[in-house]
Design a protein around this ligand. Structure first.
Ligand code: G6Q
Length: 551
C-alpha cells in the first residue's frame, strides 16, 4: 500500500483550507437559524454514547471534506493494519494491539504465529482467580488476616488508568476494601497513602511493564521496607506483594514470586493498558464480572470503529472534528469536562492518552510534519470548572473547543442535584455556541457601561457526549472512543501515536543529577550556568538547620 502524501498536500486538505475561509465567517447562530433541524442531523450514537457535534463550526460540506481527508489519508487501511497486528508502531517496530485485550473468549487473533487472544484470556483467568481470593478474604496476609487495603504502585500508564477506573467505578466497588494509588517518587505520596493502613492487611500491586521505572521501583522498595519494618519478617513480602509486568526476571529479583505475577505484552502501550493486567486493582475493586463488562464496552466500541461507515462512526467524527479545530481554526487546546464526579480523573487520564500519543513533530517516515499535531488536553469535572476557568472559555481571546460529558441518571440520586448538574451541560454548550449580543443585552435593560463587558461572542465549539448512566461497560466504550479518536487524528497527521521518545531525555539527565544532590558528595558541577546555580542553591538550602527542630 503506498503512503499518502503529507497531509497538507492531500487534495481534501487543500479543499478544506479554501472551505475554511468561508466557514470562518459563519456564526453558529446563523447556521442553526438556517437549518432548524441541525441539532437532529449532526449527531451520532453508538454503544450508549450520543454525540452531538452540531455546535462545531462546520457545515455538511465540512463533514464531507473531512471524511474525504480521512479516506485520502488511508484511515481505514491504517485502522485495519492495527487490528490485524501489523507493526504500526514503526519507531519501536511493534504491533499495537490493545484491541486484542478485549476480544471475547473463543475468538482468535494470530500475530507472529501466536494466538494473542488465548494468551489474553489465560491472564484474565489468572487475574479473576486472584481477585476472587482477595475479595472473598481467602487470600490471607502473612499473619493470617484477610486483605483490606490494596495499594497500586505504578506511574504514567501503570497508574493513570487504574486510578481513573477505580474512581470512575467506585460505585460498583467492594466497599470493605480500601484502594490507594502511589505514583509520585515524592515520598509524601507513599507516606500519606499508607499512613493509616495496617501492614498485615495491605496488598501492594507493583505495576510496571518494564519493571525498571525509577519512580515505581523506588516506591516499591520503600513499600517493602515499610512492610518488613511493620511485620518484622522479610518472608511477609510473599503474601503482600504481587506484580504486573512483562519482565519476569526483574520481578523475581525484587523478591516477588513470579507465580504472583500477572503478565502482558510489548504490544500493549502503557497508556493503552488499563484493560490489561494493569487493571488488576480495577478487577479487585469491581470483581471479574464487572471487569468483563468493562472489556465488553471497549470491544463494542472497537467493533463500531472497525465497521461503521465514517459518516456514523463516533471516533472518526470526533477525531476529524479535532483535526478541523486544531489545524484549520488553530485551536491549541481542548477542554474535557465530565459532568460526573466519578469521572474526576478522566481529564488527567485523557491528557496522557492524547498528548503522549499525538504530541509529535515527526512523521512516520522521519520527516518533520508540516501541520499542527496534538492539542493540549486539560479539564476538570463540571460544575467546578464553571466557577473558575470557564470565564476564559466564554470570553477570552483563545478559542477552546470543549467536550462536555453528561449522564441522564445519577448513581447517587439525591433531591434536585442531578438535574441541576445536567442543566449545566446543556446551558454551557448553548452559551458557548450562541453567546449574547449587544442588542440582546440592551433589550434586557443592561446598563450601557456594562454592555461591552457582558457581550459573549459565542461561536465557540463543543461536542456533547450524553449517556444514560455510568457503568463499567459505558466506561469501556467511552475510553475506546477516545483511543480511536486519537488514532484517527494520528493517522491524518501521519505520525506514530504509539511511541514516546520525548520523555527520555529528562529521565537521563535526572539520573546524572541525582548523585550531585546527595548529602556528603558535592562534586564539581559541569552543567550550564543556570543548572549549576540552581543545584548550588539547592545544596545550600538543604544544609540549612531547622531553627525549631520540628521537621
Ligand atoms: C505510556 C508510557 C509511560 C509508562 C510509564 C510507566 O504509554 O509508556 O507512561 O506507562 O513510564 O512505565 P512502566 O509500566 O514500564 O513502569
Amino acid at each position: 500500500m503506498t503512503s499518502p502524501p503529507p497531509p497538507r498536500q492531500r487534495p481534501a486538505w487543500e479543499a478544506l483550507e479554501a472551505h475554511h475561509v468561508e466557514v470562518a465567517s459563519l456564526h453558529l447562530r446563523d447556521l442553526f437559524a438556517a437549518n432548524p433541524d441541525r441539532g437532529q442531523r449532526l449527531r451520532a450514537e453508538a454503544e450508549g454514547l450520543y454525540l452531538d457535534y452540531s455546535k462545531n463550526r462546520i457545515t455538511d460540506e465540512t463533514i464531507g471534506l473531512l471524511l474525504d481527508l480521512a479516506r485520502e489519508s488511508n484511515l481505514a487501511g491504517r485502522r485495519d493494519q492495527m487490528f490485524r497486528g501489523d507493526h504500526v508502531n514503526v519507531s519501536e517496530d511493534r504491533a499495537v494491539l490493545h484491541v486484542a485485550l478485549r476480544m471475547p473468549k473463543g475468538t482468535s487473533l494470530v500475530v507472529d504465529g501466536v494466538d494473542v487472544v488465548q494468551e489474553v484470556h489465560a491472564v484474565l483467568d489468572q487475574m479473576a482467580a486472584f481477585a476472587d481470593q482477595v475479595r472473598s478474604g481467602k487470600w490471607k496476609g502473612h499473619t493470617g488476616k484477610p486483605i483490606k487495603n490494596v495499594v497500586n504502585i505504578g506511574i504514567g500508564g501503570s497508574d493513570l488508568g487504574p486510578v481513573m477506573a477505580y474512581e470512575a467505578l467506585r460505585f460498583y466497588s467492594q466497599r470493605d476494601l480500601t484502594f490507594r494509588f502511589v505514583s509520585n517518587v515524592d515520598a509524601t505520596d507513599f507516606v500519606e497513602a499508607v499512613r493509616d493502613l495496617n501492614a498485615d492487611e495491605t496488598l501492594f500491586i507493583i505495576s510496571s511493564k518494564t519493571f525498571t521505572t525509577l519512580e515505581t521501583l523506588t516506591n516499591a522498595r520503600s513499600a517493602r521496607a515499610w512492610l518488613i519494618d511493620q511485620l518484622g519478617d522479610a518472608a511477609a513480602v510473599a503474601r503482600h506483594f504481587v506484580a504486573v509486568s512483562t519482565n519476569a526476571p526483574s520481578v523475581a529479583e525484587f523478591g516477588i514470586d513470579t507465580a504472583n505475577m500477572f503478565g502482558f505484552w510489548d504490544w500493549v502501550g502503557g497508556r493503552y493498558s488499563m484493560d490489561s493486567a494493569i487493571g488488576l486493582s480495577t478487577m479487585i475493586a469491581i470483581g471479574p464480572e464487572g471487569f468483563a463488562e468493562l472489556l465488553a464496552g471497549f470491544h463494542a466500541m472497537d467493533e463500531h470503529f472497525r465497521t461503521a461507515p465514517f459518516e456514523e462512526n463516533l471516533p472518526v467524527l470526533m477525531g476529524m472534528i479535532a483535526v478541523w479545530n486544531r489545524d484549520f481554526f488553530a485551536c491549541p487546546t481542548v477542554g474535557v469536562m465530565p459532568y460526573d464526579q466519578y469521572l474526576k480523573r478522566l481529564p488527567a487520564y485523557l491528557q496522557q492518552l492524547t498528548m503522549e500519543s499525538n504530541g509529535k513533530h515527526v512523521s512516520l517516515d522521519g520527516t518533520t510534519v508540516a501541520c499542527e499535531t496534538g492539542p493540549i488536553y486539560w479539564g476538570e469535572p463540571g460544575t467546578n470548572g464553571q466557577h473558575s476557568f470557564y470565564q476564559l472559555i466564554h470570553q477570552g481571546t483563545t478559542v477552546v473547543p470543549v467536550d462536555l460529558i453528561g449522564f441522564a441518571k445519577s448513581l447517587n440520586p439525591l433531591g434536585e442535584h442531578h438535574d441541576i448538574l445536567s442543566s449545566n451541560v446543556f446551558a454551557q454548550a448553548q452559551a458557548l455556541a450562541f453567546g449574547k449580543t449587544e442588542d440582546e443585552l440592551r433589550s434586557e435593560g443592561t446598563p450601557e457601561h456594562e454592555v461591552a463587558h457582558r457581550v459573549m461572542k459565542g461561536n465557540r465549539p463543543t461536542n456533547v457526549l450524553l449517556a444514560e448512566v455510568l457503568t463499567p461497560r459505558l466506561l469501556g466504550s467511552l475510553i475506546a472512543l477516545y483511543e480511536h479518536s486519537v488514532f484517527t487524528q494520528g493517522a491524518i497527521w501521519g505520525i506514530d501515536s504509539y511511541d514516546q521518545w520525548g520523555v527520555e531525555l529528562g529521565k537521563v539527565l535526572a539520573v546524572q543529577i541525582i548523585p550531585e544532590l546527595e548529602s556528603g558528595s558535592e562534586p564539581v558541577l559541569s552543567h550550564d550556568s543556570s543548572t549549576n546555580a540552581l543545584i548550588e542553591h539547592y545544596r545550600a538550602l538543604k544544609r540549612k538547620e531547622d531553627p525549631d527542630g520540628d521537621r
